[in-house]
Write a protein that binds this ligand. Structure first.
Ligand code: ATP
Length: 284
């Protein structure tokens, strides 16, 4: 038996940090959605009781550090499944990019193994399992568009945003999410994004308002650490994107564009100096 799952990348349309909690996590409010750039997972039953991960991407761990491995181990332990699985990850989402590639692989593994082993686990339970693997995993299990709060695991589903082109560009640097949050001084944040304005733009299908409401309090931290991210952001604006923002803790910057001709111009303009550029649609 074999099952296939798609693991799409997420972008943050809005990311606000409200406070630092006693448990070390930050209290956040985020509007998240998915884009049509996805890893593909193939899961195959093994006769031996073991978990094997493979991938064509040479730069991710294939042992218990891989989030897909951790998801498989968690589901096996929780539901006492004494069967093995071979998971192949066809990576398309750039790694350590702020696009939740690992979290989405973990979520796809939970969904896929639920089917492969016919466990009948509810979506709610899968999301609770996902929360043990990472703050973004419950959203990746649920998919769509959502307002997330808490450490990102409390979700309120939102309708689909107005459709548009999304140009993603990742400069060749690695950003540590922990370092970015560590450098954030919550009491000194000057510009908190308006989450209600973003939610309103989505509920009313207003693309112009959605572009104006984009905001991410982590941007300043990453932009100060890596000037090349700031330059990329400026280039995207100069090339005419309707709205521009860094996703998560970066370094990927995305531009929203309503017209295909403009999307093509931005894509071609960026490709000259940035190797990892993608033009995709929102996954709605
Ligand atoms: P987020 O936006 O949730 O912070 P990210 O997009 O910044 O995530 P990932 O691509 O998930 O980052 O990778 C972060 C780290 O996790 C990498 O350093 C990588 O080694 C490790 N990792 C573990 N499992 C995976 C996986 N399946 N795919 C990619 N990276 C993985």
């Amino acid at each position: 038996m074999k099952v296939f799952e798609k693991a799409p990348a997420k972008i943050n349309l809005s990311l606000d940090v409200l406070s630092k909690r006693e448990d070390g996590y930050h209290e956040v409010e985020m509007v998240m959605t998915m884009v049509d750039l996805a890893d593909r997972l193939e899961m195959q039953e093994l006769s031996r009781d073991t978990i094997i991960i493979s991938s064509q991407a040479g730069y991710i761990p294939l042992d218990e550090k891989n989030l897909a491995f951790q998801a498989a181990r968690l589901i096996k332990e929780r539901y006492d499944v004494r069967r093995g699985v071979y998971i192949h990850l066809d990576k398309k989402i750039p790694v350590a990019a702020g696009l939740a590639g690992g979290s989405s692989d973990a979520a796809a593994t939970l969904r896929g193994l639920n089917r492969l082993w016919e466990l009948n686990i509810s979506n709610q339970e899968l999301m609770e399992l996902g929360a043990q693997l990472g703050s973004d995993v419950p959203f990746c299990v649920q998919g769509g568009t959502a307002l997330a709060s808490g450490r990102g695991e409390r979700l309120e589903p939102l309708p689909s945003p107005p459709q548009c082109w999304v140009i993603l560009a990742k400069p060749p640097i690695n950003v540590s999410t922990g370092e970015v949050y560590g450098k954030l001084k919550v009491s000194e944040i000057q510009n908190h994004p308006s989450i209600p304005a973003m939610v309103h733009s989505i509920r009313t299908g207003r693309f112009d308002l959605m572009c104006r409401s984009l905001g991410n309090v982590l941007e300043e931290v990453t932009l100060d650490l890596f000037p090349e991210v700031r330059q990329l952001r400026q280039s995207m604006e100069r090339l005419g994107a309707d709205g521009v923002l860094m996703s998560g803790s970066g370094p990927t910057v995305f531009g929203l564009v309503s017209k295909y001709s403009k999307a093509a111009k931005i894509y071609n303009g960026l490709r000259g100096f940035c190797k990892e550029v993608y033009a995709v649609r929102l996954l709605i």
